[in-house]
Ligand binder design. Structure first.
Ligand code: AHG
Ligand code: MN
Ligand code: MN
Length: 335
């Protein structure tokens, strides 16, 4: 090992969050407590993912979820793991999962529930059985002040993405990578399986300003908005200068590549999903916060994702996210 490596500090994700919180005088440490619960859950989930074929968690369960989608066993395992890791952390008030019709109110704001955790426990479920990267996406909101208990959980949950206090994801890929932000830059950790700990790899990740990669399911090309069709056709011309198409079918993996390499990910409105397929609260909003913190852009082809006023728990949104320069180019064709 060369001398320089010896001087490279080993910083765990919990250490990083705790130190970051110290910069905010009067910070209670609550947020790091929540993020440590999420970190624990994703370490357990990755242990199931890595043994999926052995641990009998492949395949589907009968019935469909609130999304009307077939439920994979691993969806349920991931969902229950997050609930069990977070549900007993006294400051967690409400949890909203992609897999559950209704929010899980563990402690009402009046009784001390301070935070809301929204999550897609397993993103890219269709890829589980074929060993392609999948992930977990999470978003953290603070409960609103002064909302009468009688109003229930909805006013606390249906907040704009700009109100998120933390957001992040884990990609269960060739390695297990955690990316998070608390609004002060985007930081990247890799799980060291030999010690079962997420170790800091990169602080203040920046998304490249440009990138000649577009990520979209072109099977739906015929029903994309005309402007999107024009962009995709232009990208294939010699004049465009050589674009590549990369589409994994797991949003979290397609986004992670875009964060590191640049380009754009698009899930436009289609005939099958006129409002887009991806969910605002626990897919688009957290990734939009990460993208913006890294210098990227996230829009619904009309306005800023983070400024959308949610109206329903599982509402869907069109999503165009990635390098600022490339998003601007798409928007020129669209508007
Ligand atoms: P989930 O598995 O959580 O339902 O998410 C699947 C999403 C997203 O991960 C991916 O980008 C998209 O579905 C793929 O949709 P298509 O198969 O329509 O391309
Ligand atoms: Mn998903
Ligand atoms: Mn999912």
């Amino acid at each position: 090992m060369t001398a320089k490596n010896l001087t490279r500090p080993i910083i765990t994700m919990i250490q990083h969050v705790t130190e970051a919180q110290r910069e905010f005088p009067g910070a209670s440490g609550d947020l790091s407590w929540i993020l440590s619960g999420i970190e624990l859950a994703t370490r357990i989930i990755q242990s199931y993912v890595r043994r999926a074929g052995i641990g009998n968690v492949l395949g589907t369960l009968d019935g469909t979820n609130v999304q009307g989608e077939v439920v994979q066993k691993l969806d349920v395992v991931a969902n229950e793991t997050i609930m069990r890791c977070l549900g007993y952390r006294e400051i967690v008030g409400i949890m909203l999962s992609e897999e559950d019709d209704e929010p899980n109110v563990v402690k009402s704001p009046g009784a001390g529930g301070k935070y809301i955790v929204l999550f897609d426990p397993l993103d890219g479920s269709s890829n589980i059985d074929v060993n392609v990267s999948i992930g977990t996406i999470f978003s953290v909101l603070r409960c609103c002040e002064g909302v009468p208990e009688a109003k229930g959980p909805m006013p606390h949950i249906l907040q704009c993405g700009t109100e998120q206090v933390a957001a992040g994801y884990v990609v269960y890929g060739s390695s297990t990578v955690m990316v998070y932000t608390t609004g002060d830059g985007v930081h990247l950790f890799t799980l060291d399986p030999s010690i079962g700990t997420f170790v800091l790899q990169q602080e203040n990740v920046r998304m490249p300003e440009k990138g000649r990669t577009y990520s979209v399911n072109e099977a739906y090309f015929a029903t994309f908005p005309v402007g999107v069709q024009k962009y995709l056709s232009w990208a294939k011309t010699k004049e465009a200068g050589g674009y590549g198409l990369r589409y994994i079918g797991s949003l979290v993996a397609d986004f992670h590549r875009t964060l590191l390499k640049g380009g754009v990910f698009l899930y436009p409105p289609t005939a099958k999903n006129p409002e887009g397929k991806l969910r605002l609260l626990y897919e688009a909003n957290p990734l939009a916060m990460i993208a913006e913190q890294a210098g990227g852009v996230a829009t619904d082809f009309r306005g800023r994702i983070l400024e959308k006023r949610p109206e329903a728990l599982h509402e869907r949104t069109p999503l165009l996210i990635g390098s600022a320069g490339e998003v601007a180019r798409v928007m020129k064709f669209v508007s």
